[in-house]
Write a protein that binds this ligand. Structure first.
Ligand code: WTA
Length: 651
């Protein structure tokens, strides 16, 4: 690396001067400015949107932790992401560039998007969707997914997108919990070159539900749909044709009214239905798209996440479209048909900004720099990462080999619940420190605290908390306000002093400059290659297998994080290959193929504390071949040697 990229003594890297000159935000004064004028500073974000009715108050905290942002303001997210760009003369500007798995491409200008969003919104009304009805979507990365989301937003029907890799069971659980009577899915999609039957998964989910479900099926595979459509099922193209040219007046939504639900994993087996509002969420995502991702209306921007997770909602769909930019959407995987695919897409589309996950970067690094080197990546101006901690080596590889040391790298920490970015450097302002996400976003206040809720010394590990509300925050959990308070606000708040502190579930360190290094989850949530999963969900699928008495799963950090499962068999059952297959099948059926354990280790005991809690940390260390930490709290210390011995044999 050159001297400049090695940076200063403390390993920090200043933003490239060429970038700073043109950055949307380049004045370091923004931090003080936001702090001095809090919460009024967040008007800067709300001003990026068009409101039918201006808000009376930026923040009402009377009923904390149920905060109201932009009180009494009225707006529509579909109008903000589509219509207003037509009015500002950008109707022939590309809104969405879709790259299909089989190398097909489709471009929707803002006018195209407007037309189809309106037609589908009219269709949704035809099939009976009313304001506030929850519409579930179970689709891979095809353009009809964001179109359907925006159509829902237009008529004020919250969407609930379920990642296409989830099983029928997982889909049914989420639909039931959301009391959703509408499902939008597709016939199938291509996975590793083969057609996968998504519709049969969707049908199986519907069979499990008591309610009547109205289903819309998008034709992705190009076959006639008629023969697969049952009662209460409609073909997407038929609905669009029947509503050709229709327009639907966007419904005015109050800032606090729901835009969508997103189910995410928590510490219990039951997924949590995170509810996001309209005004705060859209302000936060639009503002961070501008200030952190540096998106400008003429940019072509690519976020490689899946829309089935929050990153795709906030930074493929809502943020970039609110700003009127071109958002790229890719259906396939990075190594199909070959390992050049990502770089080829960047080159062909002259992508300005690329936002991906550390797991992908580690894979690119492993494949080698010859793939990016063979492509012209000079269109890139900014790089970003999200989803898990990025190790300094991967960060530097990304900075050098993809960004050619000309592009800042923003390492953005946030969560499904936060709606938008919370901790990251501002690329035109702050020095970057590889492996270290950065300070809180201006207007966001985070603190790393100890068990007693006191701020830890710099350099020490503690719990990552947020001690002031922020606009993109979840409104509540669909499963109940009580669960919302219990899950996020119990640990460190002092309600008697009216002090409310949000706990993220993450552990972190803070340095003297206020930069945060995120260390990972401290609760029973694991991150498997960008898929957030609860250990309990996976374990309950495994213990459903006849012959398995108990199970514990942990994440192991290879190039890609994967799941290691430890299981105890019941007496009389053989810990053999067929039982191992049954475990894999149970996880595939209960959650989805993406959650399948890479290893299933059968053992006779699991390491437990004296109070009977499984010591996952220890299992994680074993899976990752790390030196074991303190084992003195173990009730059954002999188990460690046993598991290590089995693990060793299997390799
Ligand atoms: C982790 C994804 C380190 C973290 C947007 C968090 C990160 C969880 C980072 C949320 C980062 C996200 N550095 N860890 N830059 N970004 N995480 O809800 O553990 O799918 O709690 O949202 O991902 O995952 P979720």
């Amino acid at each position: 690396m050159t001297e400049r990229s090695e940076g200063k003594e403390n390993g920090s890297v200043p933003p490239p001067p060429g970038f700073v000159e043109q950055a949307n935000v380049s004045d370091a004064g923004i931090y003080d400015e936001f702090e001095e004028n809090w919460p009024g500073c967040w008007e800067r974000a709300a001003e990026l949107l068009d409101w039918y009715e201006g808000y009376d108050e930026v923040l009402n905290d009377e009923d904390a932790p149920f905060y109201e942002w932009f009180v009494d303001g009225r707006l529509n997210a579909s109008y903000n992401c589509v219509d207003r760009h037509l009015e500002s003369g950008r109707k022939n500007h590309a809104a969405l560039k879709w790259v299909g798995k089989l190398k097909e491409t489709r471009t929707y200008t803002y006018q195209d998007l407007h037309r189809e969003v309106n037609e589908f919104a009219a269709a949704l009304r035809d099939i009976g969707v009313e304001e506030d009805d929850v519409v579930t979507m179970y689709m891979p990365m095809i353009p009809e997914l964001p179109i359907a989301m925006l159509a829902c937003a237009r008529i004020g029907a919250p969407h609930s997108v379920v990642f296409a890799g989830f099983s029928a069971d997982a889909l049914a659980t989420r639909m039931e919990s959301a009391d959703s009577g509408f499902l939008i899915t597709c016939d199938g999609y291509y996975r590793r070159g083969n057609a996968f039957n998504q519709k049969s998964q969707a049908d199986n989910a519907v069979l499990r539900l008591d309610n009547e479900i109205t289903t819309v099926v998008v034709d992705r595979l190009g076959d006639e749909l008629d023969h697969v459509l049952g009662e209460g099922q409609y073909g997407y193209d038929d609905l669009i044709r029947a509503n050709a040219g229709a327009t639907v007046e966007p419904v005015e939504r109050e800032a606090g009214e729901a835009l969508f639900l997103m189910y995410t994993s928590g510490t219990t087996g039951e997924p949590k239905g995170v509810v996001h509002g309209t005004g705060g969420y859209l302000s936060h995502t639009a503002w961070t798209s501008k200030a952190v991702l540096d998106i400008k209306p003429d940019d072509t921007y690519w976020c490689s996440a899946d829309i089935g997770w929050i990153t795709g909602h906030s930074y493929i769909v809502y943020g970039p479209l609110a700003l009127g930019a071109t958002t790229v959407m890719y259906e396939g995987t990075p190594d199909y048909p070959d390992r050049s695919r990502v770089w080829e897409i960047i080159e062909r589309n002259s992508v300005d900004i690329f936002y991906t996950a550390p797991t992908a970067i580690r894979a690119f690094m492993k494949w080698g720099s010859e793939y990016p080197e063979a492509h012209d990546l000079s269109s890139l101006r900014l790089l970003g990462t999200v989803g898990e901690p990025i190790n300094p080596r991967a960060w530097k590889w990304y900075y050098k080999n993809i960004g050619n040391e000309n592009c800042p790298v923003v390492d953005t920490w946030w969560q499904t619940e936060t709606g938008g970015m919370m901790v990251t450097t501002l690329p035109g302002v702050g020095d970057m420190k590889p492996g270290n996400a950065g300070p809180a976003v201006p207007g966001v206040s985070v603190e790393v605290v100890d068990d007693a809720g006191e701020a830890v010394e710099s350099g020490e590990a503690g719990y990552l908390t947020v001690d002031k509300p922020w606009p993109g925050m979840l409104r509540t959990l669909h499963d109940g306000d009580g669960r919302y308070v219990d899950e996020y606000w119990r640990g460190f708040s002092r309600p008697d002093d009216d002090k409310w502190v949000y706990f993220s579930g993450d552990e972190a360190r803070i340095d003297d400059d206020g930069y945060i290094t995120v260390l990972g989850r401290v609760d029973d949530v694991i991150n498997v290659s960008g898929h957030r999963l609860g250990t309990m969900e996976v374990e309950s699928a495994i213990v459903g297998v006849e012959g398995i008495a108990e199970a514990a799963v942990v994440g192991s950090d290879g190039t890609e994080t994967s799941i290691y499962a430890y299981a105890i068999t019941e007496d009389g059952y053989d810990a053999d290959a067929s039982l191992r297959d049954e475990v894999a099948t149970a996880v595939e059926n209960g959650i989805g193929g993406f959650a399948q354990p890479e290893e299933v280790v059968f053992t006779t005991q699991l390491p437990k504390t004296r109070s009977g809690k499984i010591m996952r940390r220890l299992l994680e260390d074993i899976a990752n071949h790390e030196p074991l930490g303190d084992t003195s709290a173990l009730r059954n210390p002999e188990v460690v040697g046993e598991i290590e011995a089995i693990d060793g044999e299997e390799e």
